[in-house]
Ligand binder design. Sequence first.
Ligand SMILES: NC(=O)c1ccc[n+]([C@@H]2O[C@H](COP(=O)([O-])OP(=O)(O)OC[C@H]3O[C@@H](n4cnc5c(N)ncnc54)[C@H](O)[C@@H]3O)[C@@H](O)[C@H]2O)c1
Length: 327
Amino acid sequence: MSKYIFVAGGAGYIGSHMILYLLEKGFEPIVYDNLSEGHREAVLGGIFIEGDLSDSEKLKSIFSSYQISTVMHFAASCYVGESVLNPRKYYKNNVFNTINLLNNMLDFNIDKFIFSSTCATYGNPLEIPITENHPQNPINPYGNTKLVIEKVLIDYSKAYNLKSISLRYFNAAGADFKARIGENHNPETHLIPNVIDAALGIKDNLKIFGNDYKTPDGTCIRDYIHVLDLAQAHFLAYKKLEEGYKTSFYNLGNGKGYSNKEIVNSVEKILGKKINFEYAPRREGDPPILIGSSEKAFKELGWKPEYYQIDKIVESAINWQIKLRGL
Ligand SMILES: NC(=O)c1ccc[n+]([C@@H]2O[C@H](COP(=O)([O-])OP(=O)(O)OC[C@H]3O[C@@H](n4cnc5c(N)ncnc54)[C@H](O)[C@@H]3O)[C@@H](O)[C@H]2O)c1
């Protein structure tokens, strides 16, 4: 009997695309989500179980009912600003609840784990592009919680032989090309959906934070990676762990940066509309440029992002958002 992949946070933005990817590969994943941020209708198949990561009884019952080979862990609280104001929530959900999940896995001899980490574990970049050798000095509680778990995973690997791959994403973006699912956060803090909402007339006070950075057009530059390319990387990581690969960690980025203004230009070009926005002062803790090197994932995982052109990423997000807003 083939074993199941258990996807925590599979009703969220990235997790739901992972589920779609697995369904298209012929898998029947188990989706576990408390729907605090995710959406039931975003889960297009598999076995959906509503539950919280803190609920050991529920996890034990699932782990004893299904043969699970690998856990993919997308569930977390993910708002950087909120993590500064309410770190307690972040340490509880991202650290305590993740350790609870890991400990339950150990009890049921589930020994493969893929972790959604983040470029926020690096903090302010000392050099660009950021490689995995860059020091990890997060500058907010969200980044701290992710780094703690990366360290837990190294210790658990040594002590309990729990094999894991931590994937440090840069900015996830885009949507399913058939617009069945996409990004649907509330509040939405990510730039691309906010620019699209401004273009669609849903949002009327779009702000671009800072236009006096030392970048070609003065606005911040970020590395956007299509959500289905992230799913592909998880799938390759799953395969590697199945082959007996050792505990490891990888950046997942496009390797190319786009400025905030270039994102506005891309949306304007695709929709053929002028977008109203204003420049606001820089936000504290926003580095001018964040670009990752994913050479290690290319070489070791065989990862090859397919949807690296920014217009392709933005177009998929636009098509989804038009549907989401009922336009
Ligand atoms: N979106 C990005 O650009 C980005 C970048 C780097 C890292 N990440 C990481 O990727 C992961 C997924 O991000 P996302 O944008 O899809 O977030 P999301 O909020 O859309 O998805 C997270 C999902 O986890 C669920 N969840 C949260 N806490 C839970 C709990 N205690 N028990 C059960 N379910 C719970 C939520 O309901 C939601 O469906 C997160 O771990 C995030 O930190 C995201």
